[in-house]
Design a protein around this ligand. Sequence first.
Ligand code: GDP
Length: 439
Amino acid sequence: LPTVAIVGRPNVGKSTLFNRLVGRKLALVDDRPGVTRDRREGDVQFGGLSFRVIDTAGLEEADDDTLTGRMRMQTEAAILAADVVLFVIDARAGVLPADQPFAELVRRSGVPVILIANKAEGGAIAGAYEAFSLGLGDPIPFSAEHGEGLGELHEALKTTLPEPDPDAEDEDGPEGRPLRVAIVGRPNAGKSTLINRMLGEERLLVGPEAGITRDSISLDWAWRGRRIKLHDTAGMRRRARIDDKLEKLAVSDGLRAVRFAEVVVVLLDATIPFEKQDLTIVDLVESEGRALVIGLNKWDLVADQPGLLKTLREDCTRLLPQVRGVSVVPLSGLAGDGVDRLMQAVVQAAEVWDRRVSTSRINDWLSEATSRNPPPAVSGRRIKIRYATQVKSRPPHFALFGNQLNALPKSYTRYLVNGLREAFDLPGTPIRLSLRTSQ
Ligand code: GDP
């Protein structure tokens, strides 16, 4: 679901707006297992629009040094997580100096913003005119209390929210949303053979009536009752042949496949593993932020299987530090061995990629990690990391707040990323880290 953050200084009516949007179907995220419980979030159905809304209110009481304290950090974290920001001001009070720092955070983030002049019931919109000075676009006169302005807000959200994921509507279905998987690799790694094997086996398992639908880019499949959308690699190739610029197309096809997928299986030919092109593909998976599994195909041709597996696992640790702990699964698409283990690894990688860690656990970990190995001093001043939170998943994305964080050496951020990976069991997934300096 796209995410909408409600941002503004204390007392402008953020919580009232939150309650108005979420309605009585208030679904706090801690209904879902393993999800952060330290900020208010709710799922919203609003005239055909579906989104998740984050309320940054309630943090106001948390600290008296409001702006430099938790609230500012929470606001920044919410903005980082958001696709759209609802920036709320008080239409009666007009624009106050206290609004400015929040407006500044929103402007700097580059996240699309909808400006709401709240408490404007009965046409009390004098302050709304001042709102133009914030440089955040035209204000919508609004009353969260009385439900005025909802139509205009709906219009604004409709044009600002990102396109919904075509699969999202299946989310509540009995088998859940299909998991999008792409199998990529060099020509002749055995991608088509593996895909045919997968589809063939499922047909045996579920009988012909289940059928296999084929659209231009994907194949619907199921593994142990779990719905899978497989990127149609072979379909890509059929089209590529027509064009004949195979080399060039292989790259853009790879990119398309990676963008399509939630989990990417990089299929290596185990008899000639880790050529430069394979590493390029892994880099692409990492930069696009997808979950990764490595398949070692043609395992039937390998004589010293334990020896090679050991070597290749070591290669992965050495060559692919950015996805430390990635699953490496030997298989034979031709013989059908290892396909089940591959799919187990795929499903597991998706879970890790999707994982959310609560802010309190992250901060417990942070104080441990920074006292064991404190950040260095820069030109005599100590770098201080004060607070951390996970702002997104898919892939896990953490934000750190503190002083002079832009001066943190790479080695130290690597220490932190590895620590997060260890502490919260996030093997094999790209991990994103945003550093926010609060002074
Ligand atoms: P693609 O280009 O990655 O789609 O590769 P293909 O699926 O067309 O396979 C390339 C060649 O490798 C074909 O001759 C396959 O029969 C062979 N091949 C694929 N998988 C295996 C495997 O697991 N073991 C063996 N021995 N050969 C395989």
